[in-house]
Design a protein around this ligand. Structure first.
Ligand code: ATP
Ligand code: MG
Length: 216
């Protein structure tokens, strides 16, 4: 499956989702291809511990390959997506065609985060993000979209989503269970310790949360 973690806004939780979704897949021994399309390359750095050498860089270790793809070029020259069980992308805007250009394929699941610190902005721009995603659909293909409240009430998201006209909304669009407020812990886990949140004794139960999020 191809899983896209995206939102038009910055700082809303895309990398948080990408890292942990990838962590679940890897823990289940899936061959997984990770693609970081963000300039900051945070997803890449979580796994490699280094800054990318150039705008396109690749690192392979065990059952994981990660590609830094700032220029959003086709990765077919670097990797063979079909050799992987899953592909996870961290991408700052779900531009039409981007996914096809990069991997020549369609995402099965799109995760759209809305976090506490960027709540106002992320909710204001959520309709725009969902509209772009809805345009990715074509006859016979509609990705499943899950909006993920990070430290905010799911109800706040649903009030926004309910107001969006049906033609501007992805066909399969759900709001997932809210994640507890983990603003500080998540920041430390990803950007300081480079650990998954469930690797801390107090947050072990978050492993289940992310399993449910991607339904594994
Ligand atoms: N469950 C949560 N509750 C509250 N805040 C959270 C939660 N999970 C993540 N965050 C916070 O969201 C912030 C931004 O996360 P992240 O770096 O994943 O966003 P991003 O969309 O990838 O940002 P950028 O656009 O800079 O790449 C972090 O400071 C993190 O602590
Ligand atoms: Mg990021």
């Amino acid at each position: 499956m191809i899983i896209l973690c995206t939102h038009n806004d910055g700082g809303v939780g895309k990398t948080t989702l990408a890292v942990h979704v990838a962590g679940i897949l890897l823990s289940q021994l899936n061959r997984t291809l990770l693609i970081d399309c963000d300039d900051q390359a945070d997803f890449w750095q979580f796994y490699t511990g280094r800054t990318p050498i150039k705008s396109q860089d690749l690192n392979t270790q065990d059952n994981i390959t990660i590609i830094c793809n700032k220029d959003r070029k086709s990765i077919r020259g670097l990797a063979k997506p079909q050799q992987y069980d899953h592909v996870v992308l961290d991408i700052d805007s779900p531009l039409q065609n981007t996914v096809q250009v990069i991997i020549g394929n369609e995402p099965g699941l799109i995760l759209v985060p809305v976090n506490k610190s960027q709540k106002t902005k992320a909710l204001r721009n959520l309709p725009r993000t969902l509209k772009v995603i809805s345009q990715l659909s074509k006859p016979g293909f509609a990705p499943e979209v899950r909006i993920v409240p990070l430290g905010i009430a799911a109800e706040a998201v649903s009030q926004v989503v309910e107001k969006i006209e049906i033609e501007n909304k992805p066909k399969q669009c759900n709001i997932s269970a809210e994640m507890p407020d983990l603003q500080e812990q998540m920041q430390i886990a990803i950007y300081k310790d480079r650990k998954y949140i469930w690797d801390y004794e107090d947050y072990k139960n978050l492993y289940e949360y992310f399993c449910t999020l991607i339904e594994i």
